[in-house]
Design a protein around this ligand. Structure first.
Ligand SMILES: NC(=O)c1ccc[n+]([C@@H]2O[C@H](COP(=O)([O-])OP(=O)(O)OC[C@H]3O[C@@H](n4cnc5c(N)ncnc54)[C@H](OP(=O)(O)O)[C@@H]3O)[C@@H](O)[C@H]2O)c1
Length: 298
């Protein structure tokens, strides 16, 4: 089994490169080896590598910046995936690709299912949706996993930012009218591993789109409270107390990109297809928290 990973250095790309190593030969490329703003060069990379599975973890993920760089976002999020899909067709390879809850407008009162109509509210979501459509149109054997609120060990995660603020400020104000499920890059990579094992056993998942998030739901405010509570329990000195994390509406933080209020994705289809349960978002957060917090007390 030969795997070709694009977007090696991102949160998901890093987790994939680590976790999939046991499955066979991996060629993992970062921006230096494969620039997704040059879709015309991707076919030659695939031709050279002859992979069984192409995994695209690369994306233009700067949601606010995308509003002022729509062409660049489109190139990376829609044109490059289209090129990978046609290269996959030419090689009879599978394409695993990632998408987002931001393909939906967030107005549905319950979790979104895969077949719900997409209606992105911002440039990032629109380009990701168009990437999905282009892959399906190319006729590639594909699995698209839509996920949300991705985190991974390291200083750039939401948890790391909240801890930094809680160490320097008396009070935090955090949005409580956007609801979703924080999901670890590690969990996303674990599902890719299972999906590839099914391909290897000639029992692949049905071609199409699957929602992939940890179980349960929270708001950014609930997420922040959980992180601060975990930090306090592990003895990290903080200036903010749990009571001083104030829930506020999104309107308090105007941003260039509009974001959906409901980011909840139903994972029923994926759990059924793989015959698995998914961990709660709080259990799934522990790998990321462990990278930021002191060891738990014995
Ligand atoms: N992060 C989230 O909360 C979230 C939520 C829902 C869905 N998703 C989706 O999940 C997938 C993985 O996201 P992630 O969280 O791992 O994102 P990430 O950490 O931002 O990683 C994206 C990777 O894409 C690479 N990239 C960007 N432009 C490129 C270009 N022109 N050429 C080559 N590489 C380029 C980046 O390279 P550099 O490292 O060089 O910048 C980075 O390594 C994406 O499809 C994303 O849309 C993410």
């Amino acid at each position: 089994m030969k795997l070709l990973i694009f977007g090696r250095d991102g949160q998901v790309g890093t987790a994939l490169t680590q976790l999939l190593a046991s499955l066979g030969e991996i060629v993992a490329l970062g921006r230096d080896g494969a620039d997704l703003t040059r879709p015309g060069e991707l076919r030659a990379i695939v031709d050279r590598t002859e992979p069984d599975v192409i995994i695209n973890a690369g994306a233009y993920t700067a949601v606010d910046k995308a509003e002022s760089e729509p062409e660049l976002a489109r190139l990376v999020n829609a044109t490059a995936p289209a090129a990978l899909a046609s290269a996959a067709v030419a090689h009879g390879a599978w394409l695993i690709h990632y998408s987002t809850d931001y393909v939906f407008d967030g107005d549905k009162p319950s979790p979104y299912v895969e077949d719900d109509e997409t209606a992105p509210r911002n440039v990032y979501g629109t380009t990701k949706r168009d990437g999905e459509l282009a892959i399906a149109e190319a006729g590639a054997k594909h699995l698209i996993f839509r996920t949300s609120w991705v985190h991974a060990p390291g200083r750039s995660s939401f948890a790391a930012k909240i801890l930094g603020l809680a160490q320097s400020r008396d009070e935090l104000r955090v949005i409580n009218d956007q609801i979703g499920a924080p999901t670890s890059a590690r969990l996303i990579a674990e599902i890719a591993r299972r999906a590839i094992e099914q391909i290897e056993r000639s029992r692949p998942l049905e071609i199409g789109t699957y929602h992939l998030t940890a179980a349960g739901e929270t708001s950014w405010h609930g997420y922040a409270c959980y992180v601060v509570d975990a930090a306090l329990r592990r003895g990290l000195p903080l200036r903010t107390s749990l009571e001083r994390i104030v829930p506020v509406p999104s309107s308090e933080f105007p941003s260039p990109a509009r974001r959906p209020h409901n980011s909840r994705l139903s994972t029923h289809k994926l759990r059924r297809a793989l015959g698995i349960d998914l961990p709660s978002w709080s259990a799934d957060l522990h790998g990321t928290l462990d990278s930021l917090l002191p060891e738990p007390n014995p």
